[in-house]
Design a protein around this ligand. Structure first.
Ligand code: GAL
Ligand code: ZN
Length: 664
């Protein structure tokens, strides 16, 4: 079978049966090869308890199949029907204020509820038995955007008791739990696991250790919820894949762990935001980072399961994508490692919450400008995707990304403007703007393949991770560590044995003796004789033998003291950044680190033009994407062959060129 690269999210159940043939024909003429269906249609599949009706879906799958279009089946467990909720209201989730959330939206379910799980097992078994060998069904998506709409998930009685079991398994005894959570503070000791609560809104403050375990528990619950479905599907659908539509940096479930259940990861990419104005150029790095982090979750090519195909919006709408912009966004997904792009959605819905979240076709169902643009796009790009099959971006720079660090900073952000993901994206941005491709890598991942490893805010530390960082530098790596590293143990208790950053001071060559949280303030920093600004935080540190000052504070009572340092260790270098560098300082610092590690830009940077590459063992494919509505010029490299585009070096508005370069 030919590799499938392009699809749409399709909801035939929203339209009259008479329309379906025209949809299928229009899809075929456009080059659509697959659809995702059914991920919210529980009631259509089981209108009454125990009475199943798969007829409509069978018919849609067969009809599309006749047009050469394959199906990905979604399990509809994000939308339990009213008959079920009325019979078992305990399925409804309870929020942190103790309020039961009602029926009428979606994801109105508690993922631990045993009654709900039983309904799911029955339906998913029926579906998997029914479609597991259907030749037109190629794969499955359990649920939809797991973790979306769940806020802090559910604090009902079922979740509380499951949390207690989870804790008992982790800690064994109440004494151990009390130690790990530091419960002697404010008399929070437990005599028994059965006394522990799911964290409802308190009168004041929260125990950071308890909250961290709660977040881990919620993530594990989502993984468990998915595993149950995945196991059923695998039993009956031996030759069909399982994937799930992720949401980039969203933090409700540890996507690395969820990925272990999946054949490959998918992601929903909406560059236009929700009701934001059109994404300004300054945000392109966030889009790129989002795609790169998605690639990291399984460290392999991924799919886009929902790619923006029109104006976004529920009650309030975003800007209309300009001609060519949808294609540029889809190209960006491909450049960062997508092997397939499924557009959301086929036709703009006439009813319900998402009437204004626009599809390829408008409400009228008549093909218009978006249809024609994406039709041309698919026709041109599909053969190139076949050609580039098996290629992946292979960056020389890695940035560590960790859900646990994200959880810990959500619980205690330190400063109102500090977020873990935001900080990671600031480092990313400096590289993005220099056309330096980046991989994200988990704490468990392989650091050694990167010449440079940036590890901002390594707040929760463990002896193993310390050792891993030290080893990386010893063996020649260029590591960047920052403020708030090694502050806590994995229970979210403060480390007390040594000055910060704990044992990592050996590799960093500094000790942090004091610090300043820059509330409503900036600090001046002197770097290579130039003054810059930095924000959020100042670490006040002492140099250990061998370390050098790269930059020093130039204001506040610590003017003249080290702010950024470099320390040769083993065959490598460790940089320590005691603050959040402002944009200009970040840029200058990255220049220094890149040149010391001999990492080059893939092309000289041009504002509004993104460069990315994918490669296999023989060839490198260079993507040059114009994210602007104006013509742009760039400096084409030596010895290329044009795969897409006419004249290398000159880009029309929103044009993408792909250049093939033989590897030596
Ligand atoms: C996604 C979701 C879709 C649809 C879309 C537009 O988050 O997976 O089902 O809701 O957003 O709102
Ligand atoms: Zn619950």
């Amino acid at each position: 079978m030919k590799e499938l690269h392009f699809g749409v999210d399709y909801y035939p159940e929203h339209w009259e049966r008479e329309r379906w043939d025209r949809d299928a024909l229009l899809m075929q003429e456009m080059g659509i090869q697959m659809v995702r269906m059914a991920e919210f249609s529980w009631h259509k599949l089981e209108p009454r308890e125990g009475s199943y009706d798969f007829g409509w879906l069978d018919e849609a799958i067969a009809l599309l199949g006749k047009y050469g279009i394959y199906t990905i089946v979604g399990t509809p467990t994000a939308a339990p029907p009213a008959w079920m909720i009325n019979k078992h209201p305990e399925i409804l989730p309870v929020d942190r204020e103790g309020r039961v959330r009602g029926f009428g939206g979606r994801h109105h379910d508690c993922q631990s509820n045993p009654v709900y799980r039983e309904y799911i097992r029955k339906l998913v078994t029926k579906m998997a038995q029914h479609y597991g060998e259907n030749p037109y069904v190629i794969g499955w998506q359990p649920d939809n955007e797991l973790g979306n709409s769940h806020q802090e998930l559910c604090t009902c009685a079922s979740c509380r008791s499951r949390f207690q079991d989870w804790l008992q398994k982790k800690y064994g005894t109440a004494e151990e739990l009390n130690r790990a959570w530091g419960t002697s503070f404010w008399s929070q000791e437990y005599n028994d696991f059965s006394e522990v609560y799911a964290p409802r809104l308190t009168v004041t403050g929260e125990n950071p250790s308890a909250m961290l375990d709660w977040k881990r528990f919620c993530s594990d619950l989502i993984v468990d919820f998915t595993r149950e479905q995945a196991e059923i599907i695998r039993k009956y659908a031996k030759n069909q894949f399982i994937t799930h539509n992720y949401m980039g940096f969203a933090d409700k479930v540890d996507y690395y762990k969820l990925g272990e259940l999946l054949d490959f990861v998918s992601h929903d990419q909406y560059p236009g935001g929700f009701y934001l104005p059109r994404t300004p150029h300054e945000e392109n790095h966030v889009l790129a980072a989002t795609l790169d982090v998605v690639r990291s979750y399984k460290n392999q090519p991924f799919w886009i399961m929902e790619q923006q195909s029109g104006i976004t919006g529920w009650e309030i709408m975003g800007r209309a994508p300009e001609p060519g912009q949808l294609s540029a966004w889809a190209m960006q997904s491909i450049a960062h490692g997508a092997d397939a792009v499924v557009f959301f959605r086929w036709r703009t819905c006439a009813m319900g919450t998402e009437q204004y979240w626009h599809g390829i076709l408008p409400h009228s169902g008549n093909p218009g400008r978006r249809y024609r643009e994406l039709q041309d796009f698919i026709q041109e790009v599909d053969p190139l995707m076949d050609y580039m099959h098996g290629s992946m971006p292979r960056p020389e720079v890695g940035i560590v990304f960790s859900f646990e660090q994200e959880y810990a900073f959500r619980i205690q952000p330190h400063h109102k403007d500090l977020s873990y993901t935001g900080q990671v994206q600031k480092y990313y941005r400096a590289l993005y703007e220099k056309n330096i491709p980046v991989d994200f890598v988990s704490e468990e991942g392989d650091f050694k393949k990167y010449k440079i490893l940036l590890a901002p805010l390594q707040y929760l530390m463990s002896p193993e991770l310390e050792e891993k960082y030290m080893d990386y530098v010893r063996q020649g790596g260029h590591l960047l560590l920052t403020m708030r590293t090694g502050v806590k143990d994995r229970n979210n208790l403060c480390m007390t044995e040594r000055e910060l950053p704990g044992r990592l001071s050996e590799v960093a060559g500094i000790e942090v003796l004091d610090y300043d949280c820059l509330r409503n303030a900036e600090v001046e920093v002197l770097f290579h004789g130039r003054k810059f600004l930095a924000n959020i935080w100042s670490d006040l540190m002492r140099l250990l033998p061998g370390a050098k000052v790269l930059a020093a504070y130039a204001s506040e009572f610590y003017a003249g003291e080290p702010c950024i340092t470099a320390h040769p260790y083993g065959d490598g270098i460790c940089y320590y950044v005691g603050t959040e560098p402002g944009e200009a300082l970040m840029e200058a610092l990255m220049d220094e680190i890149l040149s010391r590690a001999e990492v080059d830009s893939i092309l000289p940077p041009v504002q509004g033009v993104e460069c990315m590459f994918r490669e296999n063992d023989r060839e490198r494919f260079l993507f040059v994407i114009n994210h602007s509505g104006q013509e742009k010029c760039y400096e084409a490299p030596q010895g290329y062959q044009m795969l897409k585009g006419l004249q290398a070096g000159c880009l029309g508005a929103y044009e993408t060129q792909i250049l093939k370069i033989e590897k030596s």
